[in-house]
Structures are given as C-alpha cells and as structure tokens.
Design a protein around this ligand. Structure first.
Ligand code: PBG
Length: 336
C-alpha cells in the first residue's frame, strides 16, 4: 500500500459542509445570478407547451402576471423576453419586430407596472419576424446586408427601450450593431436608462435547435455560419468580445454555456470589469431534462453542478430556462 504523507492529505479540508463551502469562495448560486428567458406569443390567451422543451411554454400576455407572480415572490430579479409571432405577418425587414402589435412592445409596459422591481431585458433580433428566418436583412443574392441590418436592429432596440426595457440584448451577431444601438439610444436621450447586454460571443451551435422551434425562427434556407462563430475559434471569440467592449457594450454573453466554459473564463479574464453572462441554451436544457427523465442523471444534483461550473468559469449571471426550478431549490426550507 502506498502511504500518503500527512502534508498531502486534502480530505482534512472538506469533511464538513462549512469547510467545503470555504473551498468554493464566491462560487455559489444566488437569485441575483439568474436571468429567466420567457417566450411571449402574439396569441393573448395562449399557454402553449413547446414540444422540444418540456416544461417551457409560449405565454400570451394574459398569462404573464399569473406566471410571474410566484417567481417574483421567490426572488426572481430579471427576465429576458423573446417575441413569438404566430399570426403577425413576416416580411424581409421584420416590420413586426417593433410594430404596435408586437407582443414585446405590448408586454413590457404591463410587466413594468405589475412588477416595478423586476429588471426587463429584451432580446433584439430579426429572425422571429423575417420571412427567411435570418437574423439580418439580406441582399438579393441571399448574403447579409450588414449596413441595413444594423440600422434595423438599432431601430428595434430603440423601440423596446421606449416601451420600457431596461436592457436590450442584440443576439443577431451583425458587425457594428452595438455602436449603432448605442448611438440611437444616445440620440433619444435614453443613454442612462438602458443597458446593452451583448451576445458578444455566440457560436454557430447545434444546441439552439429547440429554441428555433420555440420561437419559430429557423432559417428557411442556409444556416447562420456566416455570422455566428465556428465552435473551435478561440481567437474570433476573443476579438468579438473585445470589439463589443470597444463599441460600448455594458455586459457580455457567451453562448451556449456548458460546451464553452473555457471561453467564459478567457472572456472574463480579458474583461474583468464587465459583468459576464452565460446562456444555458435550449439544447442544454433539453439534454438535462431528457437525461433525467430517462433515469441517467438526477436533475437537481446535475443542474447544481453545471450551474456551479458556470460560476467557477467566471459567469456573474446565468440565463437559464431552469430558473423556476432553481428558485425552488434556493428557498430556505427547500427539499433540495
Ligand atoms: C436569435 C436567438 C437564438 C437564441 C437566442 N436568440 C437562436 C439562434 O441564434 O439561432 C438561442 C437560445 C436558445 O437556444 O435557447 N438570434
């Protein structure tokens, strides 16, 4: 038998829960480190289950207050809104992304009124409102028209800000959109009322599949590889974050989460002054959900481990569809 020298014994530091906590300084899950993504449908009465994301729904405006109330009581602090258009007409410039019929434009003032302390972020993108399902405006030949795209994206961001969003989160990945949005907000005098949460480092990922079903925003042709980052690209990830920082982003997102935690760590280390967000995307949600459903893992235990890994990698806030469950797990006398 190999003898372990006394000075090499690590178990002496972890035999009590408090000792273990001390070994994980600042790596914990708290309510203010959570942002809850919500799909809001243009069908006011809808509470429609999303087949690819069991337990997640598209809510019509008439369900929102009832759905949010218990979560706010459990400590929910911030939400990220996505509009879904079932009936609104789609066109080449995403006209309904900021029309008066848009579910986000309609819901934000109501949520502000119902829950004045809840911080509201709105995802800003064209894909749910364009006929082709791409995140920008296209040229005749199907390529991205970057200039027209960032003009349109910044208009939409401004409209959400005017509706009362305190955070706009552009997820389109067009070059120069942070600058364009910042200029629009400044001109409108909204600079100190609205923060920009940039999807700075967004990879072209297979993990978005269930989301595209949820928001009915799958591209009708081609893919998003010319504006989302290749999974192996450390260098582009670093440049994308640095660029958005230089254009004036207030906060940064890396997305997806679990397969890219090394990128979260690099980005946090490169920009320690910026709040770092990680998005546990739809495919990550579905993977954990189905893994647990099929008996392979215990959902709460594995979820806790994944969330701690994200915090350990440097995430200050985690955007996750599991927020309602996590809030339950964090309650003082919770069974978890
Ligand atoms: C839209 C957008 C996507 C997601 C957030 N905003 C899909 C995509 O870019 O293809 C994915 C979120 C998720 O999978 O949970 N631009």
């Amino acid at each position: 038998m190999v003898e372990v020298e006394a000075k090499h014994i690590l178990h002496s530091g972890i035999f009590h829960p408090v000792l273990r906590q001390w070994q994980s300084p600042n790596v914990e899950i708290t309510v203010n480190a959570l942002m809850y993504p919500i799909f809001i449908s243009d069908e006011q009465e809808a509470k429609e289950p999303i087949a690819s994301m069991p337990g997640v729904y598209r809510y019509g405006i008439n369900h929102l207050e009832r759905m949010l109330q218990p979560l706010v009581l459990k400590g929910l602090q911030s939400i990220l809104l996505f509009g879904v258009s079932k009936h609104l007409e789609k066109d080449h410039i995403g006209s309904n992304a900021d029309s008066t019929q848009n579910p986000i434009i309609q819901a934000v003032p109501l949520i502000r009124k119902w829950f004045p302390n809840l911080l509201i972020a709105c995802d800003v993108c064209l894909c749910a409102y364009t006929v082709h399902g791409h995140c920008g405006i296209l040229n005749e030949d199907g390529s991205i028209n970057n200039k027209a795209s960032i003009e349109r994206i910044s208009e939409i961001a401004l409209a959400y800000a005017k509706a009362g969003a305190q955070i706009v989160a552009p997820s389109d990945m067009m070059d120069g959109r942070i600058s364009a949005i910042k200029k629009k907000l400044a001109t409108a005098g909204l600079m100190n009322k609205v923060a920009i949460l940039s999807y700075a480092v967004k990879f072209a990922s297979g993990f978005y599949g269930p989301f595209r079903d949820a928001s009915q925003s799958a591209p009708k042709f081609g893919d998003r590889k010319c504006y989302q980052l290749p999974p192996g690209s450390n260098g582009l990830a670093a440049r994308a974050a640095a660029r958005d920082v230089s254009e004036g982003a207030d906060m940064l997102i890396v997305k997806p989460g679990l397969p890219y935690l090394d990128v979260v760590r690099h980005t946090k280390d490169a920009h320690p002054e910026y709040p770092m967000f990680v998005y546990q995307v739809s495919g990550e949600y579905a993977m954990l959900y189905h893994g647990a459903q099929n008996g392979a893992i215990n959902l709460e235990n594995v979820l806790k481990e994944v969330l701690l890994s994200m915090r350990r990698a440097g995430a200050d806030c985690i955007i996750t569809y599991f927020t309602p469950l996590i809030l339950d797990m964090l309650q003082p006398r919770s069974k978890y």
